[in-house]
Design a protein around this ligand. Structure first.
Ligand code: PMP
Length: 358
């Protein structure tokens, strides 16, 4: 007799769930969050606006005020903006309206695991092109994969999580021209690269850009992401979102964060970039470690000691990192987010200690 569990699609049962270790530590550098909290002025202004608003009323059906600010902030048109409950929700919505049986999704791995996960849950076929030996995008292989297999959706994470590499604008332009399908660029970390592909949107109607407030904007707890694309596409993708997907608190905080970005948030981003470059140099100087150049707020590091062991040793010292050794190509690597200068000092001292003992 068949069991209830047998009703679940076999492709889903084969998947490993996207999970995160439940450990806690004072130095938390495992999720690429902003190490500083949202600046006080942003919190205070958000609280002021929220206290003036009736909580008994639904949010706007379409969060126009937020879309307009996002459009100005991104240099795109408000009709081509969708806000979501984290960019995760927008990845899901985008794949829901494009992927089903017989549809192909091309990704370059190692990358953010959610793309493969959702495409698989939706019965799509996932095609994967490896990064090159330096853990950079391989434009030639990507272009031939697009030409050979004609994917319905190609997803490029740039800067890529967890390696930090960027796709070159010309290579992306070639991919867009070679693709009949969508090319999605996940720019969750774009602020740290001080680069964006949004300027390509006007000439490439098959380009879709995803962004988030969870990283540079220091608002991971509030769950806000956004998608930029041609208005005729956002109209369709929006059909897969639940009504009122974005609550009033998050919507208001996101509006305020944009208004205060230059004065309050950008200095934090600049400080993280400076720290990233310092951390990279320090890691390079530790015998047994080989960090990979990153354009984001994290660094993936090749390690002579097993990543699991480094994870455990750091946790004993109250530092929580990400063991990424389960990702393709990364069996010898761990990932650290860039923390505050003090946190980075603690990490460097701890790693020196661990690698000295060898
Ligand atoms: N894209 C990438 C590349 C990420 O690393 C993450 C978070 N780890 C997300 C999207 C999702 O971010 P959120 O849902 O918090 O916006």
């Amino acid at each position: 007799m068949s069991k209830p569990i047998d009703i679940i699609k076999p492709s889903v049962r084969e998947l490993r769930a996207y999970t995160l270790s439940p450990h806690r530590a004072t130095v938390k550098i495992n999720q690429n969050e902003n190490p500083w909290d949202v600046p006080a002025r942003i919190k205070q202004e958000t609280e002021r606006r929220l206290s003036e608003r009736k909580w008994s009323r639904y949010p706007d059906f379409v969060p126009i005020a937020l879309h307009e600010r996002l459009a100005t902030f991104s240099n795109w048109t408000a009709a081509g903006v969708l806000a979501g409950n984290g960019s995760n929700e927008l990845i899901q919505a985008l794949l829901m309206v494009t992927v089903g049986q017989g549809k192909r999704v091309l990704i370059s791995e190692p990358t953010f695991t959610l793309y493969r996960q959702i495409a698989t849950v939706l019965d799509g076929e996932v095609l994967s092109v490896p990064l090159n030996e330096s853990l950079e995008y391989d434009p030639d292989r990507l272009r031939s994969a697009v030409a050979d297999s004609k994917p319905d959706v190609t997803i490029i994470c740039s800067p890529n999580n967890p390696t930090g590499c960027l796709i070159d604008d010309d290579d992306l332009g070639d991919l867009l021209n070679a693709s009949n399908g969508f090319v999605v660029v996940d720019e969750a970390y774009h602020e740290f690269s001080e680069h964006s592909v949004v300027s390509l949107l006007k000439d490439h109607p098959n380009l879709i850009v995803l962004r988030t407030f969870s990283k540079a904007m220091a608002m991971a707890g509030l769950r806000v992401g956004y998608l930029l694309a041609a208005p005729e596409l956002t109209r369709e993708i929006g059909k897969a979102l639940l009504p009122y997907n974005l609550n009033v608190i998050s919507q208001t905080a996101a509006e305020v964060a944009i208004e205060f970005y230059e004065a309050e948030v950008r200095p934090l981003v600049r400080a993280i970039i400076v720290e990233r470059d310092r951390l990279f140099t320090e890691l390079e100087n530790i015998d047994g470690l080989a960090p990979v150049k990153s354009n984001a707020n994290f660094i993936v590091v090749r390690s002579r000691i097993s990543p699991r062991e480094v994870f455990d040793q750091l946790l004993k010292r109250d530092i929580l990192i990400r063991d990424v050794s389960g990702y393709p190509m990364l069996s010898d690597y761990f990932r650290v987010s860039v923390g505050t200068p003090e946190e980075n000092d603690k990490l460097i001292a701890a790693l020196r200690d661990i690698f000295k003992q060898e």
